[in-house]
Design a protein around this ligand. Structure first.
Ligand SMILES: C[S@@+](CC[C@H](N)C(=O)[O-])C[C@H]1O[C@@H](n2cnc3c(N)ncnc32)[C@H](O)[C@@H]1O
Length: 317
């Protein structure tokens, strides 16, 4: 299934020893796999059983639980929602860095952004979205790229929405503080948008001001006002099964403006009915066809996204 999930090595010795002590039944695994699919679209095949065990053993320890049965009871109980997100965090990776897959930023700089900035300067509304933004390096790289072309972007109707399902990682993104070693991934010309801080650097106000952060689960309802001219959703759909991925591409297609750009992760491909909505314009980069038909699908059953409506007001400001 996922490059990210399978990148983890075999369980360590301590985990193997613990395996003898803490039983992990088929029913436990199935409960976890069903919840991961239901809540996050996370596709856990039985091939991932050892990985699920070793990753979640750490959660059991942190929570002081002695059996996976107790852990499943917690997940399915009234207090389970927060732990289900912690479980997702434990099972997936938040790996990201500034200007990751730089070809997408080149595409932005050279092709996508110049006409959008022209339009914004003439009063147009421009919206971009980093969906699955992890610790924030992706939306900040977007903001730096915008500011590099348009230093006055903050005065225009140009906003970047940055969302993730994991509130903890989202808080890090919003804080915008990074260790010194991450500086080298930021091109020199863009370093004027960061400022020195204790043990590293922090994101400067011009870039921060362009971004609205919000919690959003991509497999649920999206209380978001489109259209977007650019959507980045990179290295997130790898966690989903094929039907969930297909639905996601189609939903992005519906939310994109005609000729809007969609950039996805290096091991992902737009597939399914949405293929008819896009043309390929680069490596894992797509453009929505101007005349593409959308198959307006009804929103999926939504659970409460408690803080998102307020965030959206920010997004629209
Ligand atoms: C590997 S990071 C990718 C970060 C960034 N997009 C990049 O490519 O560098 C994957 C992110 O997807 C988020 N994620 C996983 N499932 C999600 C879901 N159902 N809805 C929204 N975000 C999700 C995770 O919390 C994580 O922060």
């Amino acid at each position: 299934m996922t490059a990210a999930l399978s990148s983890v090595g075999p369980p360590d010795r301590e985990t193997s020893a613990a395996r003898d002590r803490i039983p992990f039944s088929d029913a436990d695994f199935q409960t976890i796999a069903d919840l991961a699919m239901r809540d996050f679209g996370l596709h856990l095949t039985t091939a991932k059983r050892d990985l699920v065990y070793s990753r979640l053993l750490k959660r059991l320890r942190n929570l002081g639980l002695e059996t996976f049965r107790d852990y499943c009871a917690l997940l399915t109980g009234p207090q389970g929602e927060a732990e289900r997100t912690a479980m997702l965090s434990a099972l997936t990776t938040n790996v990201t860095h500034f200007f990751r897959e730089d070809h997408h930023f080149k595409l932005l700089r050279e092709v996508a952004l110049p006409p959008l900035i022209k339009s914004a300067r003439e009063g147009g509304r421009i919206r971009t979205w980093s969906a699955g933004c992890s610790a924030g390096q992706e939306p900040y790289s977007l903001a730096f790229t915008v500011l590099g072309l348009c230093p006055e972007a903050g005065k225009l109707n140009l906003r970047i929405l940055a969302t993730d399902v994991d509130s903890e990682i989202l808080a890090k993104a919003e804080a915008g503080n990074y260790p010194e070693e991450e500086r080298k991934a930021i091109p020199e010309a863009m370093r004027r948008f960061i400022e020195p801080a204790q043990n590293g650097f922090t994101i400067g106000g011009a870039a921060r001001d362009l971004i609205t952060f919000g919690k959003l689960n991509l497999i649920e309802n999206w209380p978001i006002a489109g259209p977007f001219q650019v959507i980045f959703c990179r290295n997130v759909a790898i966690y989903f099964d094929k039907p969930t991925q297909s639905r996601l591409w189609a939903r992005f297609g519906e939310l994109l403006a005609p000729e809007g750009h969609l950039c996805i992760g290096h091991s992902e491909r737009v597939a399914g009915p949405a293929e008819l909505m896009f043309r390929t314009v680069g490596v894992t980069a797509y453009q929505r066809l101007a005349g593409a038909k959308t198959a307006s699908s009804p929103p999926s059953a939504a659970t409460a996204l408690s803080n998102f409506p307020n965030r959206l007001e920010g997004h629209e400001k």
